[in-house]
Structures are given as structure tokens and as C-alpha cells.
Write a protein that binds this ligand. Structure first.
Ligand SMILES: [Fe+2]
Length: 246
């Protein structure tokens, strides 16, 4: 099977559109590691698309908060304002869809999807130290996760954790051939709000038969997304950060 694996779209329609155009039809299924909404100005458009096109979405912390399943006290002021705006803007059908999203990990055939960590969808797996603490809780040798908005991930051996390579600035592709023994935690990066210093939308393609992961980056119309965010009265910071990729 050939999967498109997306994460952290965050209501950014322009970024999602660019990803889908870039991916073409060279895949069998689309999967999402959470955070369809929050921050961006097109939550309904993104959830409408997800409802009809995405095979499996695991719930992200913003999906949970925007659906009213969680309080907003852990969010910073900009995220909180955006979550409230999103909650008021979503149609009842889309709110219901978010409320029913499964909490990860969700097991697929040979891999699993999760948002933060296998223990807590709100936990950030950023360091090799943090990953070493949760390796024993991985129920599949390959896990796709999101939440950090950092494309890349980790290769976990019995006694060590290493970082995976990812496309550098100026590159659009990076292919990784997966080995059989280690455990992998792989992050497609964020479609709608990258935070790794590269403002291009991030995603990955996974060929499960040939065990190939291809990290991809694609430019999109950042200015249009920014205009929509400002036009909706969302915090200006959420527009500004898109061009920085931070
Ligand atoms: Fe996110």
C-alpha cells in the first residue's frame, strides 16, 4: 500500500491544497496524525475534506480542545483565542466529527498512528531522551506521530535512539529505507504550521511494501493564508509565524 501521511494541518487550506497537488494520485490512502483544526482560518473546509477523503484520523490536542472535549487552560493566549474562534466557526456536523475522532495510538496493518506520544496525545517527543523513555510502549515497529510540527523522527535501537534525516532547506525530497529490527517514530511534519525553520508545507509518502518513507516539502501561498487569518480577526502572531516556519 502507498499512503500519504499528513499531520497538523491546522485549518490551513492553502497548504493542504499545495500538498494534495504535489502528491497527485500516486497513493492508495490518506492518513492523518491529528490537529485538523486550530490556528488557521479554514477549519470547515479542512474537516469537510477529511470527512470524505481521509481513511483514518487520530485526534490531536487541538481537535479535542476545539471540539469542547478539553479545557483551554493549557493553551497559550493565541492558541486559546484560535480554539474559541474555531469552536464557534465549525458547523455542528464538523464539530461532531471532531468529537468522535479516535484517540491514538490507532493500529493499522503493520504500523500505528498517534498524535503526541503513545501515552499522552499532549506530550511532545522532541528529544532522543524523551523518546528513549517511551520506546517500550510502542505497540508496532513503525509509528507515525505529529504534534511537534517538526518533520523527521527517530530510529530506536535496543540501547540507543538516533534522529532520522529529513529534507534540508532547498531540498524537496528525502527517502529513507526502513530497516527491519529497530523501532521507528516518524513525523511527517506539519502541513499547516511548520516549526522547523522551513515555511514550506511538510508531509510524507509511505510505501509499506517496499518499506520506503519519503519526506516531502512543498511551497504554498503563505500570503493568502495570512490574509485569511488576519481577515478572520485571529491573532496576528498566527499569520506572522507562517512565513518564518516557526
Ligand atoms: Fe499541532
Amino acid at each position: 500500500m502507498r499512503y500519504l501521511i499528513l499531520s497538523d494541518i491546522h485549518g490551513n487550506w492553502e497548504a493542504l491544497e499545495a500538498v494534495l497537488r504535489d502528491a497527485g494520485s500516486d497513493f492508495d490512502e490518506i492518513l492523518c496524525c491529528g490537529d485538523l483544526v486550530g490556528y488557521g482560518a479554514d477549519p470547515n473546509r479542512v474537516v469537510d475534506w477529511a470527512r470524505s477523503r481521509v481513511k483514518t484520523v487520530v485526534r490531536g490536542n487541538h481537535d479535542k480542545a476545539c471540539a469542547g472535549l478539553d479545557g483551554l487552560e493549557w493553551f497559550n493566549p493565541a492558541a486559546r483565542d484560535a480554539a474559541l474562534w474555531t469552536r464557534q466557526t465549525l458547523t455542528s456536523r464538523n464539530l461532531e466529527f471532531l468529537r468522535r475522532l479516535p484517540q491514538g495510538p490507532v493500529a493499522m496493518d503493520s504500523f500505528q498512528l498517534l498524535h503526541g506520544s503513545p501515552l499522552d496525545e499532549d506530550e511532545y517527543l522532541v528529544s532522543t531522551f524523551a523518546v528513549a523513555q517511551i520506546v517500550d510502549y510502542l505497540e508496532r515497529p513503525i509509528s507515525f506521530f505529529g504534534h511537534t510540527h517538526l518533520q523527521g523522527g527517530f530510529l530506536c535501537y535496543r540501547n540507543s535512539v538516533k534522529r532520522l534525516d529529513r529534507p534540508h532547506l532547498g531540498e524537496t525530497r528525502r527517502i529513507i529505507e526502513l530497516e527491519h529490527n529497530p523501532f521507528y517514530l516518524i513525523n511527517p511534519g506539519s502541513v499547516g504550521q511548520p516549526r522547523d525553520g522551513d515555511p514550506r508545507a511538510a508531509y510524507l509518502a509511505y510505501d509499506s511494501e517496499n518499506r520506503l518513507v519519503e519526506f516531502r516539502r512543498v511551497p504554498y501561498d503563505v500570503r493568502k493564508s495570512q490574509e485569511k487569518i488576519r481577515g478572520a480577526g485571529l491573532p496576528a502572531l498566527l499569520a506572522d509565524r507562517l512565513e518564518l516556519g516557526s
